[in-house]
Design a protein around this ligand. Structure first.
Ligand code: F6P
Length: 364
């Protein structure tokens, strides 16, 4: 008897997506009669007419584990519960989840494996509650999904951000400058904190700890007065100053795009500090460089494990579950648990303790 799995990659892309897709296929094909398909551009592939669904084959997944992005494409707009439609009054979004469910059943998909972050897994949970056999795989460079030690893609982003800090150190030291590096991390500062520790930053600012610009300035002035003329500040895009308590947002109004567009908090900080610190400031926004390119070995291995575990859950008929890495095991947790709250850095986290122990200023 044939059994069909549909893979969906949703939300922002992330290094390791293709490695997960390949692992799902390789494990699934070890079972008689199991076929694997991919919906192009998240759920759009199955929702749109004509549909865009491809059957995954040994040819089209060959060697993809080293490639960045997703061969299935992705989107972080819309989705079955917020489907954009044009009306006489302009665009609005409607709930087309019932249509999606009918199509899944009509085309004989026994299971959906949804590879995505918090937003995608919220969709997974709603579909599960409506009867879809769904399994989640936690993806995001921000590492902000709960109930797993790590999401895949995070370690690659940390590697890229650390490499950026290392490079900024040499130019900062040559010019006696303060370099501000802005990383991604909307709600959680895992990338900034990890790369800042790894690269030896003087100051690390994260969304979890609102920063006092006066305290940051004091630390920089002390450093400059002590004869060290350069410093590195790593700041997460979602960091907030105590004076505003808000994200630094660039507004935009794309239909179905739920996030506020961040980026620029680093430049704003440098601008403010340059009035109160006697140093030359330069800012680098690392942006989507953190999401592109090949996954490091750690993420390829984690992605492979996630893909294999997801197929095992399928074979055990365990749906509504998200695969999870709980060192040293691969386990599964209810998707409902994983989406309850963001995995932010807790005040008693040992990583924070490490940063403080190294004398790094966290802006508080
Ligand atoms: O959720 C991952 C993330 O990389 C965030 O850190 C960032 O704010 C967001 O995606 C940006 O997404 P995009 O520019 O693709 O809309």
């Amino acid at each position: 008897m044939k059994r069909k799995i549909l893979i969906v990659t949703g939300g922002g892309d992330c290094p390791g997506l293709n490695a997960v897709i390949r692992a799902i296929c390789k494990r699934a094909w070890q079972e008689a009669g199991v076929e694997v398909y991919g919906s192009i551009e998240a759920y759009n592939g199955i929702m749109n007419e004509p549909m865009k669904i491809i059957e995954l084959t040994p040819e089209n997944i060959s060697g993809i584990h080293v490639k960045g992005g997703t061969i299935l494409k992705t989107t972080n707009k819309g989705g079955p519960f917020n489907w954009p439609v044009r009306t006489n009054d302009g665009w609005k979004t409607v709930d087309l989840s019932d249509e999606l469910i009918k199509k899944l059943s009509y085309y004989g998909f026994d299971c959906v494996i949804s590879i995505g972050g918090d937003g995608s897994q919220k969709i997974s949970q709603k579909l599960y509650e409506k009867g879809v056999n769904i399994i989640g795989i936690p993806k995001t460079i921000d590492n902000d999904l709960s109930c797993t030690d790590f999401t895949f893609g995070f370690q690659t982003a940390v590697e890229i951000a650390t490499d950026a800090v290392d490079k900024l150190v040499t130019t900062a030291a040559s010019h006696n400058r303060v370099m501000v590096l802005e990383t991604m991390g909307r709600d959680a500062g895992w990338i900034a904190l990890s790369a800042g520790i790894a690269g030896g930053a003087e100051v690390i600012l994260i969304p979890e700890i609102p920063y006092d610009v006066e305290k940051v300035a004091k630390r920089l002035n002390e450093r400059i007065d002590s004869g060290k003329g350069f410093a590195i500040i790593v700041i997460a895009e979602g960091a907030k100053s105590i004076s505003t308590g808000k994200y630094y947002v660039k507004n935009r109004n794309d239909l179905g795009y739920k996030n506020q567009l961040l980026s620029a908090v680093g430049g704003e900080l440098a601008h403010t500090l340059s009035d109160i610190v006697n140093a030359d400031f330069r800012t680098t926004i690392l942006g989507h460089l953190q999401r592109g390119g090949t996954p490091i070995a750690y993420d390829r291995i984690l992605s492979a494990q996630f893909g294999i575990k997801a197929v095992e859950l399928f074979l055990e008929n365990k749906f509504g579950q998200m695969v999870s890495y709980k060192h040293p095991e691969l386990v599964s947790v209810p998707i409902a648990e994983a989406i309850k709250e963001y995995n932010v850095i807790k005040p008693d986290s040992y990583l924070l303790k490490t940063a403080r122990g190294l004398g790094i200023c966290l802006g508080d």
